[in-house]
Each structure stands twice: as C-alpha cells, then as structure tokens.
Design a protein around this ligand. Structure first.
Ligand SMILES: Nc1ncnc2c1ncn2[C@@H]1O[C@H](COP(=O)(O)OP(=O)(O)OP(=O)(O)O)[C@@H](O)[C@H]1O
Ligand SMILES: [Mg+2]
Length: 260
C-alpha cells in the first residue's frame, strides 16, 4: 500500500479548476517529482494534501487513514512536513531558533493528572525534558545541513541557498515520515543545486519519503524514482524519468502542440 495517496482530489477557485480529480500514490522511501507548467496546480495539490487548504472534493490518505479534513497542525503531528515556494522563515530570529520552532510544532502535550501539585511537578519535569529534546534535535538537524557554525546568525543574513536549506531543516525538525518540498532549488546557483540534490538523497536514506515540485529538470531527472506530471490541474503522465521525458503529452504540455 502507498504511504500516502489521493483519491479524486479536486480544488476549484471560482471557475478555475486548479486540481482536477487527481489520484497520486507515494511509496515509502521514494523520491517523487511533481512537475508541470506554471499554474498547473502543483502548489495547490501540495496545499490540499498538507492541510493548508481544503479540497473541494476527494480524499487524502496517509498510513491508511483519511486525513482530508484534518487541520494543518494535526497533519504535521501525524508525520507530514513541507516547505514553501516562497521561503517562510522567521527572518528576525536566529538559525537555531528557526529550527527549534519546527520541533515545537511537533510537540505532544503532557498528561494531565487530577492532583494539582503532582500536575505542577510533572509539568516541570516535562518542560525540562521537552527543552532538552528540542535542543538536541535542533542541533542534530543543523549538523545535518552543516549550519551549526551559523546557529546564532539571523535567518535573514544567510545566503539564499542556505535559507532554503534552513527551511528544510525546520521542516525535518518535526520528525516527519514524508517531506513535501515546493521548488527547493528555486533561486539557487548550480553549485547550491548540486549540493541540494545530494542532501535530498541523504534525507531519503534516513527513511524519509520525499515529494518535490521542481522546475530544474536536471535535478528532477537525476534524483526522482517517479515523476508525476500535471497540466491544467489534471494528471497527464507518470512514470520513471525516462518514460516521462519521452511522453508525447508531456512534451506537448511544455512545448505546445506541433502539427507534424
Ligand atoms: N487562492 C487562490 N485563489 C484563486 N486562484 C488560485 C488560488 N491559488 C491558486 N489559484 C489558481 O490555481 C491554478 C493553479 O495554481 P498553482 O499555484 O497551484 O500552480 P503551480 O503549478 O504551483 O504553478 P507555479 O509553477 O507557477 O508555482 C492557477 O490558475 C492559479 O491562478
Ligand atoms: Mg507553485
């Protein structure tokens, strides 16, 4: 069974059908690419899966459970994380604080007992343990991205490529099973993109399933096990990179229809 799948997922905005009854299947430990021309519905599909937006109709299943109506924070806690097409960091907070916030979103609430005094003591112990967990977890992810030296720098002062990585670090700090990346290489130079490709593979090797929207075809073709293609909200193709590259409908969607 796929780790995550959608059934007839649809999102309309007035007369615009941004996502048109799309079925996708994401298998555990894979890297899946989602491509398509501008306005094809890629981000909207991510939004309806990750709870940032609700579908007009259809369903999303994760680990066998219907998560379609869950609010975003519950979806995060269930093990789904994402980044955004336009970087959404807390720019006036440090690198370290940005990652700690990610971990905080994952938090579970302490068990409440009836005895007030005991509750107080348990709460204190819980907070201490929670602080330690958050600290250690954040260090782990900063290390993974080689950002430890920059931990006290304001997020806004990082080079653009590093900001994109920091956003991924923050998403990973929620300890997801599946990570959705919306154009992670946008604005990166070729060296940064190369390093990102390796990083995405390292993330997958940790047992985290990756789904990414990307316009950089070199990146997509190099690292994806499977590629799904959207055009005008519809899924028009899916398959291995070479299958998709040679697909007539995909070539037409990108280059326009030719007569011969
Ligand atoms: N909040 C909204 N209100 C109205 N229309 C929207 C909204 N969000 C998206 N759309 C429309 O839905 C369609 C799909 O947009 P979406 O942003 O999902 O495309 P995309 O594939 O991510 O494009 P890009 O590659 O440019 O990021 C577009 O026609 C867009 O104008
Ligand atoms: Mg988009």
């Amino acid at each position: 069974m796929p780790l995550l799948y959608t059934q007839n997922l649809r999102r309309e905005f007035g007369g615009v059908i941004a996502v048109a009854d799309v079925d996708i299947e994401i298998f555990k430990d894979s890297i899946t690419g989602l491509i398509g021309p501008n306005g094809a519905g890629k981000t909207t599909l991510f939004n309806t899966i990750t709870g940032l937006d609700f579908p007009t109709s259809g369903h999303v299943f994760f680990k066998g459970e219907d998560i379609t109506e869950l609010p975003a924070y519950k979806i995060t806690r269930s093990g789904i994380a994402r980044t955004f097409q336009n970087i959404r960091l807390f720019k006036d907070m440090t690198v370290f604080e940005n990652v700690m916030i990610g971990r905080h979103f994952r938090g579970n609430n302490p068990k409440i007992v009836k005895n007030k005094f005991l509750n107080f003591i348990l709460g204190r112990i819980y907070v201490k343990k929670e602080e330690k967990d958050i600290y250690e977890n954040s260090i782990k992810w900063l290390n993974f991205f080689n950002l430890l030296d920059m931990r006290d720098e304001y997020a806004k002062n990082l080079p653009y490529g590093k900001q994109r990585e920091l956003e991924i670090a923050r998403a990973l700090a929620t300890e997801p099973e599946i990570l959705f990346l919306d154009e992670p290489a946008a604005g990166m130079n070729p060296q940064e993109t190369d390093s990102l490709m390796k990083t995405i593979k390292r993330i997958r090797d940790l047992g985290i399933t990756v789904v990414l929207i990307e316009h950089d075809m070199k990146l997509v073709m190099n690292i994806c096990d499977k590629i799904i293609v959207l055009n005008y909200g519809k899924k028009i193709a899916e398959g291995t990179p070479s299958q998709v590259q040679n697909n007539k409908d995909v070539i037409e969607a990108y280059l326009g229809k030719t007569d011969d």
